[in-house]
Design a protein around this ligand. Sequence first.
Ligand code: FES
Length: 63
Amino acid sequence: MYVCLCRGITEKQINRQIALGVDTLEKLQKQLGAGVDCGNCCDYLQQMLADAGISAAADDVIE
Ligand code: FES
């Protein structure tokens, strides 16, 4: 399933980054480019981090 339509990034790609230790939205943005265009996927990205047990997902949005 695509999570970030702007960049064509899938849930699988994001889960792989989380498994490799990516633990903030900012890092996901830097690693994959997810969430840096329209930003509509940022809430879901943060939810994925939270679901992975990462509580410090915070509001690290790159503008
Ligand atoms: S859907 Fe992810 S930045 Fe637009």
